[in-house]
Design a protein around this ligand. Sequence first.
Ligand SMILES: [Ca+2]
Ligand SMILES: [Ca+2]
Length: 117
Amino acid sequence: MSVIASTNNWYCYRRCPSSSSDLSKLLSTNERAGLLEQFQKCDINKDKAVTFDEYLKFKYRIADEEGEELYPEDEHVFRMIFRHMDLDGDGTLDGWEFINHEAKMILAKREKVSDTV
Ligand SMILES: [Ca+2]
Ligand SMILES: [Ca+2]
């Protein structure tokens, strides 16, 4: 029952963009704080907007911290993801766009985990 309810919510969020501002409310306080922290780290010059350049640097830094190596082809993928995240298409990510996208990732992961249980 609870799985069905959460799936319905998921579809509603995808189908009704106007209500998707509530997406991060499905996360725990810790998860939300973590995403906000990530956004602030990503926003290198602290103008509350993340450019593709900043996003890319952030991804390189994370990969570096995790001991992974990124290739030039990865930039292409990140560009696609960035465009996907940039909902209003102004070329930068604001806090809401960033957190909303990351929240979706967390929720999608969570659904996968609950599927296998
Ligand atoms: Ca910035
Ligand atoms: Ca934007």
